[in-house]
Design a binder for this molecule. Structure first.
Ligand SMILES: *[C@@H]1O[C@H](CO)[C@@H](O)[C@H](O)[C@H]1NC(C)=O
Ligand SMILES: *[C@@H]1O[C@H](CO)[C@@H](O)[C@H](O)[C@H]1NC(C)=O
Ligand SMILES: *[C@@H]1O[C@H](CO)[C@@H](O)[C@H](O)[C@H]1NC(C)=O
Ligand SMILES: *[C@@H]1O[C@H](CO)[C@@H](O)[C@H](O)[C@H]1NC(C)=O
Ligand SMILES: *[C@@H]1O[C@H](CO)[C@@H](O)[C@H](O)[C@H]1NC(C)=O
Ligand SMILES: *[C@@H]1O[C@H](CO)[C@@H](O)[C@H](O)[C@H]1NC(C)=O
Ligand SMILES: *[C@@H]1O[C@H](CO)[C@@H](O)[C@H](O)[C@H]1NC(C)=O
Length: 665
């Protein structure tokens, strides 16, 4: 009942805004607007469960967890004011187009058939340029031109509210206005800094910068939302004043506005650029080889001050667009070649989200990539969350895979973890990488030992870095000992899919362990350990031949692997097989690949193949792993069902990896 009422509301809303928008390459559940780190993560909700169907004007952008991060945009055309972003209260423009790439989300707006606006949100992805990648900043570019051949008098306005600076709306914000290198900025922050703390997942420390070009047509103002926005809509410019009554975020809602007078606009596009970002001197705390201590944000190694970083970023738009544009093109070209438009929907929507879970920290001599397990429990550098991300790191820069494993190696090699298997994560609560010296982390022993060995070899092969394997050989061998003990008949335990419950003799988990042992054989070979190489290879081959008897429902029609040994009526995604192919191990016979590829389409629901027979839900990441090693036809089926789900799910949250294959929720 509730859903259909919502749907009706959405339909009538669309009708009321007039011209309908196009959505290319699909209508996502939510669109990334400024998504660059765990704390710079603002989205526009599209799905009917909370979103308005995908219109930038008429709905507030939100932090990933759903709280409003006030971000408003208005435009004045020939003396009349309209809203193009958020809900500041004036009549909305008409959205005619929506498009996204790996780094950009672009809206096209029409104002009375007089003026067109192209509004581009760009969160740069520069995987091989860590100086740029280290900046927790995002761009908003607004381009305007005349549509009807006449000149129009145009002013553009945009603001942020203090909601960006804390998850606690009753906390006191402070702010400041200034200019540097022809960049005008509002600096906004929590008056009482709470280092390394979060409220509602938002960061409680550091300084937010909201900036634009300090040119003649620019004016600024801070103050109460209705006052500042009212000034623009009645006047078309701001009065260059700062409100100095520092107060709670929700006390007469302070906002920080810029207005830009474009003058008489004809059919030559003119644009105004805004930058928005967060500077934190120290990004995380980390229990490495020495004492538990703060680690600086990596941008500190490249820039002398926050203002240097801001001014570099703001003045870098052209180069940054070129770099991001070539990343977009590379992803698009490679995606289309592998899986057509359906696959492009997934890759281009996932890219900012994957990088947006990460934070570069440390110094140029000792760098780390920290990763937050967003929207589950906030664990840090969770090994089985790095695992689904390892393909994008390998693809874009294998060094990033090394940097994200670095804290795990450093901590465990310093003897800070007591168990015989690989640690699950670097700390229970991002940004505190405390480690688990008591050994009481979430126990996923087979999963994480397999993941670490597999990803370590994947990095070393892609980067041709055998030294790395030598450096970590002893720990890798210890983990392999665990794999040898547990992989053939896995004890009752959870896998990465912990929400599905624990189970003994899990077919897919056993396979990960066996592939891990064979991966260790390759590692041993590459590092000159001939005896180990031969030993591990012979164990892995022995196990895999036994596994085929234990794990395959031979008499089923068509045959398939089971969820767990002997349970012939069960099945599941055999996604761990991906690593055998990715590493080129050739451990598992082709017949197993073919069998699974033939089987999956026979159990596909409307929105994909269920994770296993226990539930109707599935994982988008594991479907992609399964698709990657399937036949061309089966792969296309996986991608088509996933893209259909992206386009149709009522969910309005950022692209999830866990959803129901029947309802799409
Ligand atoms: C939006 O489109 C509707 C229907 O065409 C039109 O009546 C309205 O004036 C348009 N609004 C703007 C701001 O362009
Ligand atoms: C918007 O982008 C389209 C496609 O690139 C372009 O044709 C159009 O001129 C742009 N309009 C404005 C106002 O920049
Ligand atoms: C991280 O640790 C600090 C103490 O060093 C604490 O104040 C903060 O709340 C912790 N952060 C989280 C997210 O638990
Ligand atoms: C606009 O604001 C400026 C500065 O506050 C003021 O001088 C001017 O009279 C205002 N114009 C209008 C039309 O309100
Ligand atoms: C092979 O590896 C297993 C597991 O680590 C070990 O128990 C066994 O002693 C090894 N055998 C040889 C010949 O090295
Ligand atoms: C795992 O499978 C083996 C072989 O079928 C069986 O002997 C063993 O009891 C199973 N383990 C558990 C815990 O069910
Ligand atoms: C590694 O494998 C190659 C090819 O099988 C073999 O020729 C070489 O001797 C092996 N090296 C070691 C150290 O085992």
């Amino acid at each position: 009942m509730q859903l259909s009422r919502l749907s009706l509301l959405v339909v009538s809303f669309i009708a009321s805004v007039g011209a309908q928008s196009t959505f290319t390459p699909a209508r996502p559940p939510a669109a990334p607007l400024a998504v660059k780190s765990p704390y710079l993560s603002t989205w526009l909700e599209f799905g009917s469960d909370g979103g308005d169907g995908g219109y930038l004007a008429g709905e507030w952008p939100v932090f990933w967890q759903n709280q409003v991060t006030g971000w408003a945009g208005m435009v004045r055309v020939d003396g009349h004011t309209y809203t193009w972003m958020g809900l500041p209260g004036t009549t909305t423009v008409n959205q005619t187009g929506f498009e996204y790439t790996s780094t950009k989300t672009i809206f096209t707006m029409n104002v009375l058939d007089k003026v067109e606006m192209n509004i581009t949100f760009m969160s740069p992805i520069t995987p091989t340029d860590l100086r740029r990648q280290s900046l927790v900043f995002s761009y908003l570019n607004v381009e305007v031109s005349s549509l009807d051949g006449s000149e129009h008098d145009v002013q553009v306005y945009a603001d942020i509210s203090a909601e960006w600076v804390s998850g606690d709306r009753s906390t006191t914000a402070q702010w400041d206005y200034g200019t540097t290198d022809n960049v005008a900025y509002h600096k906004v922050y929590r008056q009482t800094q709470l280092a390394f703390s979060e409220v509602n997942q938002q960061s409680e420390w550091g300084y937010w910068y909201w900036a634009t070009d300090a040119t003649d047509g620019m004016s600024y103002q801070s103050g109460q939302d209705v006052v500042v926005r009212g000034q623009f809509s009645s006047n078309g410019s701001l009065d260059d004043t700062s409100d100095t009554n520092f107060r709670a975020i929700n006390d007469n809602w302070p906002v920080f506005g810029f207005s830009y007078d474009m003058g008489a606009v004809d059919d030559t596009p003119v644009s105004v650029l805004f930058s928005l970002g967060l500077t934190q001197d120290e990004a995380v705390q980390f229990q490495g080889a020495s004492t538990y201590a703060p680690v600086p944000s990596l941008w500190k190694s490249y820039f002398d001050s926050e203002l240097d970083a801001l001014s570099f970023f703001h003045n870098d738009y052209e180069d940054s667009s070129t770099i991001s544009g070539s990343f977009d093109s590379q992803v698009a070209k490679d995606s289309l070649a592998i899986g057509g438009d359906d696959y492009l929907v997934l890759t281009s929507l996932s890219a900012r989200q994957a990088f947006g879970a990460t934070q570069l920290a440390g110094t140029e001599d000792k760098m780390y990539l920290f990763l937050k397990e967003i929207s589950s429990d906030g664990n840090m550098n969770t090994v089985d969350i790095i695992f689904p991300a390892y393909p994008i790191f390998l693809y874009s820069n294998p060094e990033l895979l090394k940097l994200v494993m670095e804290p795990l190696y450093e901590n465990q090699e310093a003897g800070k973890y007591p168990n015989s298997y690989a640690m699950h994560d670097m700390g229970s609560s991002y940004p505190n990488a405390t480690g688990h010296s008591d050994g009481n982390d979430e126990m996923m022993p087979l999963e994480e030992c397999g993941n670490m060995v597999i990803m370590t070899l994947a990095y070393a092969l892609k980067a041709s870095d055998a030294d790395y394997l030598n450096t970590h050989y002893n720990l890798l061998k210890k983990w392999t000992t665990y794999l040898v003990d547990d992989a053939l008949y896995p004890a009752n335990q959870i896998s990465t899919d912990d929400f599905a419950g624990s189970l003994a003799n899990q077919t897919n988990l056993a396979l990960k362990g066996m592939i891990g042992i064979q991966a260790m054989s390759v590692i041993a070979n590459l590092t000159g350990h001939s005896d180990d190489a031969a030993n591990y290879s012979s164990i892995a081959h022995d196990y895999i031949s036994k596994w085929q008897t234990l794990a395959i429902a031979q008499n089923a029609n068509p045959p398939h692997t089971t969820l767990s040994y002997g349970d012939d009526n069960s099945h599941g995604l055999l996604y761990n097989l991906y690593a055998d192919a990715q590493l080129g191990l050739g451990l598992v016979p082709d017949s197993v690949y073919q069998m699974q590829s033939n089987f999956y389409p026979t159990v596909a629901n409307k929105y994909g193949v269920p994770l296993d027979t226990r539930h109707t839900y599935t994982k988008s990441d594991w479907q992609c792993f399964s698709a990657a090693i399937a036949s061309t036809d089966t792969r296309a089926t996986f991608f088509k069902d996933l893209a259909t789900w992206v386009n149709e799910t009522p969910t309005s949250r950022p692209l999830t990896d866990l959803y129901d294959t029947i309802t799409g929720k």
